[in-house]
Design a protein around this ligand. Structure first.
Ligand SMILES: CC(C)(COP(=O)(O)OP(=O)(O)OC[C@H]1O[C@@H](n2cnc3c(N)ncnc32)[C@H](O)[C@@H]1OP(=O)(O)O)[C@@H](O)C(=O)NCCC(=O)NCCS
Length: 163
């Protein structure tokens, strides 16, 4: 069976579509809205999913935080295209990139932990994450007392595998 979609690295030309996808689903996904400036500066973090007719209908970002940690951010699939495996493949693309970069661990702050558990992510305590990552959260309307996100993480490499 032919696959109905492709995952690829984002290009500059995708930025307006990525912005609209994130803005349109920000409330639903408890996601932080992103400015054009942020998206242009961080475009190399992004993957997009392209459906038939080359329409971009979803995205995700893998952002390197430190030598041993990267964050999965801005995961969204347009409502009309859900349930086709796009979300899962976007995560797999991020994990593959983390493997290529030899990043030991990937985490996400998410309103849909069940989706991540399916891919063997485990709940972690938010307090174990470096302070650096909260810089992003000051832009969220739920920060600091009403944060409803769950922190989940997945090991990519054991330290001994990195030698
Ligand atoms: C979460 C989201 C990206 C999933 O996208 P999707 O393309 O529908 O996901 P998939 O089709 O790859 O789903 C893979 C599996 O996960 C399951 N799943 C999908 N969304 C789920 C959810 N919210 N909770 C639990 N399981 C979920 C699917 O049922 C599917 O299971 P199956 O293979 O047994 O049928 C999409 O619902 C979305 O964009 N939501 C709004 C934004 C959001 O919440 N983003 C997450 C921020 S961290």
């Amino acid at each position: 069976m032919n696959k109905e979609f492709d995952i690829r690295k984002a290009k500059i030309i995708d930025v307006p579509t990525i912005k609209k996808l994130i803005d349109d689903h920000a409330e639903e996904g408890k996601m932080i809205r992103r400015s054009f400036a942020y998206l242009y500066e961080n475009i190399r973090d992004f993957f997009v999913v392209q459906a038939g007719g080359n329409e971009v209908v979803g995205c995700v970002a893998l952002h390197v935080v430190w030598e041993d940690l990267a964050e999965i951010k801005s995961l969204v699939v347009s409502s009309a295209y859900r349930g086709k495996g796009m979300g899962e493949e976007l995560i797999q693309a991020s994990l593959d990139e983390a493997r290529t970069l030899k990043i030991p661990r990937v985490f996400a702050l998410t309103a849909v932990p069940d989706f991540f558990y399916r891919m063997k992510f485990k709940v972690i305590r938010k307090k174990t994450l470096p302070h650096k990552i909260w810089a992003d959260c000051v832009n969220c309307t739920h920060f600091p007392d009403d944060c409803q996100e769950i922190a989940v993480a997945k090991k990519i490499y054991l330290k001994r595998d990195l030698k």
